[in-house]
Design a protein around this ligand. Sequence first.
Ligand code: SF4
Length: 201
Amino acid sequence: MNATSVFLHICCGPCSLMPVVHLRNEGFDVTAFFFNPNIHPEEEYDLRRASAQLAADKLGYPIVFAGEAQKPARWIRELDGITMEGERCTICYRQRLLPTAQEARKRGFRFFTTSLLYSRYQHHEAICLAAKQVARETGISFLYRDFRPYWYDGINLSKELGLYRQKWCGCLLSRKEAEIQRARRAELKRQKALARMAALS
Ligand code: SF4
């Protein structure tokens, strides 16, 4: 590995795009690592895995997949009973970043980072804290970048490339939360439409 090689943890195809584009613009050689045992159910995991592969094919970067043993079952066991959103996410970040840094070390990379830093919906500071802790434990440098300003560029490119775009973060709790939010928005829309009709009559 040369001094500009970076091992990039990716959570899905769409979120990988802007980190790859901007790290490459800076002169880094990027290798992606798909490691997300948090994604449920299994069909969803397979969809996101395929989308990550498609993004790598389209932009032309190497991608490494974690083995079958790293599918959801272990994640569920380790977070059993922890339902509070912030608390479970902090554990979830570490669960993905520690194996990323360990794999980076095994493969001789000097840096690791993550596409989680692209999302406007993740706990950015908690990701940084988890990554810094992992860096101290493994001796691999955490390459911090804030990719959030490229949010809409990433959305547009993912649509252009025809990538699958997920509707919830990953775990079943996040799916439930997203469904509740969607139902609330739909109800609000319905009430507004009723109010407009009432005002016209
Ligand atoms: S909401 Fe996302 S980051 Fe938080 S625990 Fe669930 S999968 Fe992990």
